[in-house]
Design a binder for this molecule. Structure first.
Ligand code: AMP
Ligand code: GLY
Length: 433
């Protein structure tokens, strides 16, 4: 089979590493791919958002199956266009991807179907939003309705900050059309969990849970990023919570999308806040998370391509999806300055970072330049280790990080730390159990 992966981040590298082990796969194309994916895929310089280019390439090369990983092409209908051209693929239709593409759609879906989420109001007009903010309680959360490269969520500590956020989105148009509507919602407190699920609209199979680390700096300080590291399973996500989420959130969401005529096929990502009043949805994504995928897929035992084909053919119920016991930790090595301004072009030495069965360096913002591997983006590498326990996975990931060198590298030193300290496993460790 000829397989095509659309995207070029650490997530796509992790997907590639799973797809390439299927014996039916002869060729993998990555559009555009990255410096690491090149080892096992033919990287083609077509942007993930160039949907016309993607479809023509797939037809030209006789691609049998496409995996569309990033949000933008999914929201813009890449899977609809591929399917219309007769190419099978993994990923939701544009109508289903709206669950990520429009926060107002996601919020009203949850309201209509009784799925727990933060209380909210929707505004099309800045003056109405200001009037509401004068009476709101703080902190409060201001969100651009449409996609905003992960930057469209502002947690405002007071009315002034909230008004600034509304002004920049609605009046200054910093996110373009995405900010012409805003959602203002209740600030939730609790621990976060990311749960990715395979679904074909009939069956939904949650994957092992993950804990992302969104802030740039240690101690959850600094700017919001795409994600600076992840741990799986999420130590806060107990088996009881998994049952509650399945019954109150995951299955109701799948059914709600069916009832709306927008059956979701692909990977549905639940961003959850585990509050005192139970789990609530913070956001849905219509795709695999990054860096969650880099800790979830290494624990997947079942063949990923077989799962993806079953999703496309709506026979997921026939596949037994298994995860191995144990844990995985991913530490993202980024360019100094990310998520704001940063320089690129620095040579990367993977040194002795021993890529063993249990340690893997997923590449993201990397490329080859005159025979040298150099940095080319904000998030550069996702150094990942798998081990028996989360603590061992964390230690092994940091051991590997210390072998990697590039100028201007920065990474968080506390991936998984707070969760391990807070939970039974960490406590047992302190008592030498
Ligand atoms: P998002 O871009 O929707 O993933 O939001 C980014 C981050 O903002 C989330 O991971 C949360 O940490 C935080 N956040 C979003 N919505 C809320 C909320 N209603 N209450 C508290 N924190 C939130
Ligand atoms: N790590 C969060 C996301 O993929 O949206």
């Amino acid at each position: 089979m000829k397989v095509m992966i659309v995207g070029g981040g650490g997530r796509e590298h992790a997907i590639l590493e799973k797809l390439r082990v299927n014996p039916r796969v002869e060729t993998i194309y990555a559009l555009p791919g990255n410096g690491g994916m090149r080892a096992h895929a033919e990287c083609v310089p077509i942007a993930a958002t160039d949907i016309g280019g993607i479809v023509s390439f797939a037809l030209e090369r006789g691609v049998d199956f496409a995996v569309v990983a990033p949000d933008d092409p999914l929201i813009q209908g890449a899977c609809d266009r591929l399917r219309a051209a007769g190419i099978r693929c993994f990923g939701p239709s544009a109508a289903a991807a709206e669950i990520e593409g429009s926060k107002s759609f996601a919020k009203s879906l949850m309201k209509r179907y009784g799925i727990p989420t933060a209380a909210y109001e929707l505004f099309d007009n800045a003056n109405d939003a200001y009037a509401y903010l004068a009476k709101a309680s703080y902190p409060t959360v201001v969100k651009a309705d449409g996609p905003a490269l992960g930057k469209g969520v502002i947690i405002a500590q007071n009315e002034e900050e909230a008004k600034d956020a509304v002004r920049s989105m609605m009046e200054d148009g910093v996110f373009g059309a995405s900010g012409s509507r805003v959602v203002i919602e209740e600030f939730l407190t609790g621990n976060e969990a990311s749960v990715l699920a395979f679904t074909d609209g009939k069956t939904l199979v949650p994957m092992v849970s993950a804990l992302d680390h969104k802030r740039a700096q240690d101690g959850d300080l600094g700017l919001n990023t795409g994600g600076m590291g992840a741990l799986a399973p999420n130590p806060y996500y107990t088996p009881e919570l998994a049952i509650e989420c399945r019954e109150r959130i995951f299955l109701p969401t799948m059914r709600a999308m069916n009832a709306e005529g927008r059956a979701f096929k692909g990977c549905l990502y639940f961003g959850l806040m585990l509050t005192q009043d139970g789990p609530k949805v913070i956001e849905y994504n219509c795709r695999f998370g990054d860096p969650e995928t880099q800790v979830v897929l290494p624990l997947l035992e079942t063949d990923l391509l077989e799962i993806m084909l079953a999703v496309e053919e709506e026979r997921l119920s026939e596949v037994r999806v298994r995860f191995r016991p144990g844990a995985a930790c991913c530490v993202v090595m980024a360019s100094q300055g990310y998520p704001a301004k940063y320089d690129t072009g620095y040579e990367i030495s993977l040194g002795g970072a021993p890529e063993t069965e249990n340690v893997f360096v997923y590449q993201a913002g990397t490329k080859w330049n005159d025979g040298r591997l150099v940095t080319s983006g904000g998030r550069v590498l996702g150094v990942t280790a798998v081990a028996k326990t989360p603590r061992e996975a964390q230690r092994a990931a940091y051991d590997a990080v210390r072998q990697v060198r590039f100028d201007n590298a920065f990474y968080r030193r506390d991936i998984g730390e707070r969760a391990l300290a807070d939970t039974a496993e960490g406590k047992a460790e302190r008592h030498g159990l």
